[in-house]
Design a protein around this ligand. Sequence first.
Ligand SMILES: O=C(O)[C@H](O)[C@@H](O)[C@H](O)[C@H](O)COP(=O)(O)O
Length: 265
Amino acid sequence: MSHPRLVVVHPDAGVLAEAAAARLLTRILDVQSVRSPVHVVLTGGTVGIRTLARAASSPLLAAVDWSGVHLWWGDERFLPDGDPDRNETQAREALVDGLIAGHGLPAGNVHPMPGPSSVGSPEEGAAAYAAELARFAPVAAEASAGADDAGSLAVPAFDVLLLGMGPDGHVASLFPGHEGLAATGTTTGVHHSPKPPPQRVSLTFGAIRSAREVWVVAAGAEKAAQAAAALGTDGAGHEVSDVPAAGATGRTRTLWLLDAAAAGK
Ligand SMILES: O=C(O)[C@H](O)[C@@H](O)[C@H](O)[C@H](O)COP(=O)(O)O
């Protein structure tokens, strides 16, 4: 990794979500002052969704030109459209549908990962999403810049990629010891997820690491051990296969936004 991770600790999960939301909106504003469109990857999980809900309540919301923003997902639970447990459903309820209804976000700029309502398997969903990602990929040269694995990755130039982290150190739907960790390309189907539901679709590490900035948001004492392991502050060496969050790095910046409990304080 060519740059250090920046760790910012907030007193509690509420302040963390508020600060992450403000940071996200400000980052979108900064990016769209120099380029458009802006590509943001959302995450599921309680902290990720709470961050979106706080963004929906922010006065900064109206400062963003949402017509030039595209929203993607880092992973999705392989559930029917509209299922309340889908990351997309929760994100739409928290923020996205309000952006479409009242802030000029084009519905076509929202790119959910397919589920069983439209494809037959997580693998089919992964393939369909890879094709959608490729539709928005910049020229191959830029797309491959900074990608870890050889060859260009056909994904948009993600400006901010949000990730939650599970107590086992998973990010997106890349779980310790799972085959998805080694997946090449941009997306992968996931089975036997230790976190329900068992079937999912996820970006690969290659797609995650292609992002300009990767932000990991985590709260709660149950995350402290894996956060320390991922950040290398527990004094032990850890393989990414054991602590997937350790492999979540951005091309220009990797930001860890924690509450005090997840920071072990
Ligand atoms: O589909 C999911 O569940 C998420 O994408 C997953 O990666 C989540 O972000 C982490 O499990 C953290 O979730 P919490 O913030 O709820 O602990």
